[in-house]
Design a protein around this ligand. Structure first.
Ligand SMILES: C[S@@+](CC[C@H](N)C(=O)[O-])C[C@H]1O[C@@H](n2cnc3c(N)ncnc32)[C@H](O)[C@@H]1O
Length: 212
């Protein structure tokens, strides 16, 4: 049995993770959400995004490059330090916070919440409140893009992370959202840190209904 399988808490070496993924391209879910906004032509000159669980800024820098104002939030000081010290970051448009999902406060009238591979790390007891805060902070017609881990993921033995069945995920988006991208990925693979893993991931882009 591997060490991580003995523990109900998944300990991640986030500094090693940031190092391993440094310089990678923005996530396709973010690019898909940005394309949807472009097609609509619905944005102001400096639209506003929250990148929640931003890590070292793989997606944040793409938003900044396109003229977005961004609030980058992450629980790890190392992530925010790395983000603020990137050579490709525009600090004029960037605000950052070191804040855990469990206690996060979000501003209002946000155009986009991006959560790439981050929300699953919210403890299950805090997840539904976090999801409510995300829905409440968006303006009508705003978007969410990001990822969720499915119940067949090999990490789902970890009780400190949130895993959702397809049905539970669909229920999250049932009333107030139009789902624009819904992709389910499931296969054996390895993590950026070289660990074996069975991935079960949902890739989502969704728009908050105008009348919600
Ligand atoms: C897998 S990384 C993803 C980083 C980035 N979004 C990306 O796509 O590369 C998950 C991020 O979530 C952050 N995180 C994990 N648990 C957290 C928590 N409870 N509160 C706030 N951030 C957390 C980690 O520090 C890490 O930067």
């Amino acid at each position: 049995m591997k060490q991580e399988e003995k523990s109900p808490v998944l300990h991640r070496d986030w500094a090693a993770y940031y190092q391993a993924v440094a310089g990678r391209a923005p996530r396709p879910t973010l690019l898909a959400a940005l394309t949807k906004f472009e097609i609509e032509e619905s944005l102001t000159s400096h639209p506003f995004a929250i990148d929640i669980g931003c890590g070292d800024g793989r997606d944040t820098v793409e938003l900044l490059r396109r003229g977005w104002r961004v609030l980058g939030i992450d629980g790890e000081a190392e992530a925010i330090n790395r983000l603020r010290n990137r050579l490709d970051v525009d600090l004029k448009l960037l605000e950052t916070r070191i804040q855990r999902f469990e206690f996060v406060t979000l501003p209002e009238s946000v155009d986009l919440v991006n959560a790439s591979f981050s929300l699953p790390f919210c403890p299950p007891a805090n997840f539904s409140q976090l999801w409510q805060k995300i829905g409440n902070c968006l303006r009508e017609g705003g978007r969410f893009c990001g990822h969720f881990f499915g119940d067949r993921d090999s990490w789902s033995i970890q009780t400190s992370l949130t895993f959702l069945t397809r049905q539970q995920l669909t229920a999250l988006f049932q009333n107030d959202w139009e789902i624009e991208v819904f992709e389910e990925e499931e296969h054996l693979g390895i993590t950026p840190l070289g660990e074996d893993r069975y991935w079960h991931i949902f890739h989502i882009v969704a728009r908050l209904r105008v009348d919600s």
